[in-house]
Design a protein. Sequence first.
Length: 86
Amino acid sequence: AAADGRDSRYPTIDFCKDPEVICSSAEYKELKWIAGLFYWMESVQTYNVDGWDYLTELRSFVEGGMTGTSFIDAVSGIVNRGCHNP
């Protein structure tokens, strides 16, 4: 955006040349949280594979009293390995 003359929150960062800046920036420590939140919204909350739908499973987990570890294990699998049943 900044190169095109548009407003940019991070005008001095080139994420294409240095994607590691998301985790390594001392100046913009919030980048790690922003990237994590984006990942959560785009990859976890929308996850629906082989009959396992995040939002449906979340509702079931909450309505069931948030007991057991199967929901947490599945979400951990999504985050760490990209699937609910690794």
